[in-house]
Ligand binder design. Structure first.
Ligand code: AN0
Ligand code: CP
Length: 315
């Protein structure tokens, strides 16, 4: 694997699952694998899980890590090729990425969607420019379009907890007061064709995701119908893709509560976190024994370590 920025970067699925198993059984088993190598994690946005689990995974393989909050202490980067740089941006990504790539063997980068200009966000410019200019493997820590480390985590979690060969997995939109990116939902759906799960997507009208991610996915605006007999309920808010970046509604009709979970086949509740309690999901659901949010978040280390081990062969 050369980079890890989308599901399409996975070249060998059986090797990936073999690695996941090894990492789960013995996370400390490859303590010297990354010796002498170092990784830079660049954040343009806040993070708890990605920041900490990726560093923990690096420790487990003996890889040194630095975290660079580029907005606090770095230069503002120009992303456009051919730009006349007479504004506020002091450095071009062409130099910045190449320089960071000369210091580090791997680069992780988190750059959320700005939610202003859909075309610009969906070009995933920042991650693509780093891929182009850094000369080392790039790991997406959530781009403007995708969050592949989260999606791998989600699959590892479903595989661990599923009680049926073909579980029903429902991705449901839920309310949130602020505009959030579509990345987690896009990415989750992008990974689904690589599983045999029965997948149903449900969201209110106006929250359709890009066709690129929903083609072939059963979709309904009826949340209750979608939840019938579900084995896993994955909940996430996203802002509108159609009315790009808009919050179209904030009422609580789509909140996940106990009453809705009763429609399922004793489904597990999943969320990538951070989650707003009693807005997205009620306390009773997230506190219940069917809530997987903590083991799911713990698997962020499993996912990151698997990816690091696969990329280190090229770093
Ligand atoms: C981010 C999002 O929705 O993309 C990160 C989730 C992993 N969430 C928030 O900003 C609350
Ligand atoms: N799920 C996730 O990526 O969490 P953070 O935004 O805290 O990293």
């Amino acid at each position: 694997m050369q980079h890890f920025t989308s599901v399409q970067d996975i070249t060998d699925w059986s090797l990936l699952w073999q690695k996941v198993q090894q990492v789960k059984e013995n996370p400390q088993g490859r303590k010297t694998f990354g010796a002498g190598k170092a990784m830079c994690l660049i954040f343009l946005n806040a993070s708890l899980r990605t920041r900490l689990s990726t560093q923990r995974a690096a420790m487990n393989v003996g890889l040194d890590t630095v975290v660079f909050d580029i907005n606090q202490g770095g230069w503002q980067l120009e992303m456009a090729d051919g730009a006349v740089m007479n504004g506020s941006k002091a450095e071009h990504v062409k130099e910045a990425a190449a320089v960071i790539g000369s210091y580090y063997n791997l680069i992780g980068i988190r750059a959320f969607a700005q939610l202003n200009d859909r075309d610009e966000d969906y070009q995933e410019t920042i991650i693509q420019q780093f891929k182009k200019y850094a000369g080392v493997p790039i790991i997406s820590l959530e781009s403007s379009v995708r969050h592949p480390l989260q999606s791998l985590t989600d699959l590892i979690t479903i595989e661990e907890y599923k009680k049926k060969e073909r579980p029903k997995v429902v991705l449901s939109w839920a309310p949130h007061p602020r505009a959030l990116p579509q990345a987690v939902a896009n990415s989750f759906l992008e990974w689904m064709p690589y599983t045999n799960y029965e997948v149903v997507l449900t969201h209110p009208e106006g929250y359709e995701l890009s066709d690129e991610f929903t083609q072939g996915i059963r979709t309904t605006n009826n949340q209750r119908e979608a939840l019938q007999n579900a084995d896993f309920v994955y909940v996430k808010n996203w802002s509108s893709y159609r009315d790009y970046g808009q919050v179209l509604r904030t009422d609580d009709e789509w909140i996940i509560n106990e009453d809705k979970m009763l429609l399922t086949d004793s489904a597990y509740f999943m969320h990538c976190l951070p989650v707003r309690r009693n807005v997205v999901v009620t306390d009773s659901v997230i506190n219940s024994s069917d809530s997987l949010v903590i083991p799911q978040a713990a698997h962020r280390v499993t996912a990151a370590q698997t990816v690091l081990e696969l990329l280190l062969d090229h770093a």
